[in-house]
Design a protein around this ligand. Sequence first.
Ligand code: SF4
Ligand code: SF4
Length: 429
Amino acid sequence: MSDAPSALHYPRPTSLVERALTPLLRFLYLPGVFQRLYLVPSLPAVVRKPYATEKRWWGDDRFTVPEELRDVAGIRRDPAAEDEAARTAPLQDWLTIHPEAVRYIFKHGWRTFLTTAPRVQRANRRLKVLAAAQPAAAPAAATARAADPAALSRALKERGRELGLSAVGIAEHDPRYTLAPYRDAQLGDRVVVLALDQSWEATNTAPSVRSEKAAFVAYADLTDRGNALTEWLQAQGYRARLHDFQGENVILHYAVVTGLGQMGINGQVLTPSAGSRCRVTSITTDAPLAIDEPVDYGIHKICDECKICVRRCPSGAIPARRTMYRGVEKAKLNMVRCAPVVAQAHGCAVCMKVCPIQRYGLGPVLDEYNATGRILGKDTDELEGYTFHGQWYGAGERPRLAEEFLTPPGLVFDATRTAPQPGAHRQFR
Ligand code: SF4
Ligand code: SF4
């Protein structure tokens, strides 16, 4: 099957509604106004159903990875290069380095943001209340339980399962993966990673408003459930702080080191149960929890055989090979090509949608590989097809983006920047 781009050519369509809404959006996105969207009531549950979050605990899924697919637990690392990168170029928040791009994305994503932001902001308000209400000292029960970190970890994970999270992992805090403004503000030496599956049906319509809403609704649900888990830790007598979805650390690092998944070629953590169809955040705490280990799920070698996302990305932003970057081996996306598509195609997420591990789960992908040596769904419209700006592209074709689509007026994105820009703010904080 050929993968030649179709002859279609896409300038960004002009939206009259969007133009008419521009003054209102400018006002709503002012920090002091956006934060007050928590006052807007949620839509009724029946309206939210098409993109509602899944409730599934991944720990019940089982996989047998064949020897030939095994590579390395977690990710290939060069600790000296990790140290050097952290020392010479501390990590910054992407959103504060590229505030103009963030504003552009928010403006064009108004269908998603305006309907999901009230729930996200309500969850964030609760998060702030809990962050300010830390226990003064561990009570006797907590001190006794501290003698058995493994029991405390089991109890924490069981509580996460009861709350409807999909997975909970525990890591030791690593300052190299903390964003520069938060390096000296850590609370304790444990990072608890929380993951939540988002709607399978909605994700598999990507790129679409429905899929993008599913992601933001999952963030709101993740924060609500993370708040409840934070309260549980505090009730045990420990200090604990949940991070909002913009985060204080490199969450992908923690998801890998705790064995929740491995980095896919698409630049996202692929969990065995849901691929990258999930949202992830973390709690920092001084609870003496036992830590988890990275796992080899065979994902690196599956990606080497698959490369569907590399072919299907509408803008060619995904490299076919991994390279060493800041001391870890990963595929580094070309954000100059990706960001304009994310902004103009409802968050895009084609690379999530076409991933076989996302669509079918690792178990069926391994079964197919063991039986036939093939990647499940590869070259089928079911897996690889998607609708982009109203037109369907089957497995053998993809949109051809005009230069003006990748450099639309108003989108400023300077890939050489490494420092936060004056006036940049955190929209969801
Ligand atoms: S989000 Fe879209 S444009 Fe960006 S890497 Fe994924 S498929 Fe490509
Ligand atoms: S689509 Fe294939 S290559 Fe891309 S991340 Fe998923 S498994 Fe890896």
